[in-house]
Design a protein around this ligand. Structure first.
Ligand SMILES: [Zn+2]
Ligand SMILES: [Zn+2]
Length: 365
């Protein structure tokens, strides 16, 4: 009896191979790949992945568009699943619990940012969910896989009230908007503009609306008005309509800029009231357009940036979503449709986030 128990325990915590989908170079499509998930350390949680959202970063990394990719890459940092085993010191999770993992799986736990619960700004060593170095030097593999092993401090609880597949994108797209909306105190009486209506923008509309702000979607696309209103926007401003822009000058308390590429900031900054802020959450590439500094100097306006959210705030967001019935609008795909999904994502042909049903991985692998 004793021997049997200990054998089972060893099996549960031993290193395991896992089915995955990987890019093996910048120019090869993603394909089935086998990885190893480490043996559980005392504070580790093993999660069987049910759903993984598809983020623009996945595509950038798979194709080495930021120049930092280490192959093979297994992307995916919007992960929802169920706990299948826990290490001996884990207190916060047990087998069978719903669980989620976002963009990071570890941090130094020692610097000022970590002490403030802002692990995403860790000053000494943030470990991202994929293409990142663990403290022991191994490279992390993300959520395009049937399982993942993560230290419990970086695992989130998911309410069973939430639609799980539509919850996955909250872990990156959701928190990317929730955190700055909270930080800059979006709420009643505030005029909030969401620039761009994609994976990030549609979450911005839902959150800003739920927080009680007046929400305007600012977009280049005519024809997004109906959808914007359905998501909770009070109005739409077309950024190619010069007259409308002029009318809306000096009228916004807060702008969330979700445009994922280099672009001209000037027309958007002009929309801010005195002392108001535009937060950049979409683009991390250099802005090459000229910027009229007078626009910020003469009205004490700010341009700021924001990166996802800390673990505590990510949990707060997931709980807020369960309470307010907020999830992402998703289109489900099977694992072997990922390359096609990337092509469609490049054309913004998705409403509003692709999510991979990980049960399909068994079929694909
Ligand atoms: Zn992401
Ligand atoms: Zn740190």
């Amino acid at each position: 009896m004793n021997t049997e128990t200990s054998t089972t325990e060893t099996n549960l915590t031993a290193a395991r191979s896992a089915a995955a989908y990987a890019a093996t170079s910048a120019t090869t499509p993603l394909r089935p790949f086998t990885i190893e998930r480490r043996a559980l350390r005392p504070s580790d949680v093993r999660i069987e992945i049910l759903y993984t959202g598809v983020c623009h970063s996945d595509l950038h990394m798979a194709r080495n568009e930021w120049g930092s990719s280490i192959y093979p890459i297994v992307p995916g940092h919007e992960i929802v699943g169920r706990v299948s085993a826990v290490g001996e010191n884990v207190t916060n999770f047990k087998e069978g619990d719903l669980a989620a993992v976002g963009c990071m799986v570890d941090s130094c736990q020692d610097c000022a940012s970590c002490a403030d619960g802002l692990e995403q700004y860790c000053e000494k060593g943030l470990t991202l969910t994929y293409n990142s170095k663990e403290s022991d030097g191994t490279i992390t593999y993300g959520g395009y896989s049937d399982s993942i092993v993560v230290t419990e401090n970086f695992v989130l609880h998911v309410s069973d009230k939430l639609d799980l597949k539509a919850t996955a994108p909250l872990l990156c797209a959701g928190i990317t908007l929730y955190s700055p909306l909270r930080h800059w105190k979006a709420g009643p009486g505030m005029n909030v503009g969401i620039i761009g209506l994609g994976g990030l923008g549609h979450m911005g509309v839902k959150f800003a609306h739920a927080m009680g702000a007046k929400v305007t979607v600012i977009t280049t696309s005519v024809g997004k008005e109906e959808d914007a209103r359905r998501l909770g926007a009070d109005g739409v401003l077309l950024s190619k309509d010069a007259t409308a822009l002029e009318k809306a000058a000096n009228s916004f308390d807060l702008l969330m800029n979700t445009i994922p590429v280099d672009h001209d900031l000037n027309p958007y900054v002009a929309l801010l009231k005195r002392d108001a802020t535009m937060v950049i959450v979409g683009a991390i590439e250099p802005i090459t357009h000229d910027f009229a500094t007078a626009q910020i100097v003469l009205k004490r306006r700010s341009i700021a940036g924001s990166l996802i959210g800390g673990i505590e705030e990510t949990q707060e967001m997931l709980d807020y979503c369960a309470e307010h019935h907020i999830v992402s609008d998703v289109e489900m795909i099977e694992m072997d449709q990922i390359n096609e999904a990337y092509e469609r994502m490049l054309k913004s042909d998705v409403k509003y986030r692709f999510v991979i049903d990980m049960a399909s991985l068994k079929k694909a692998a």
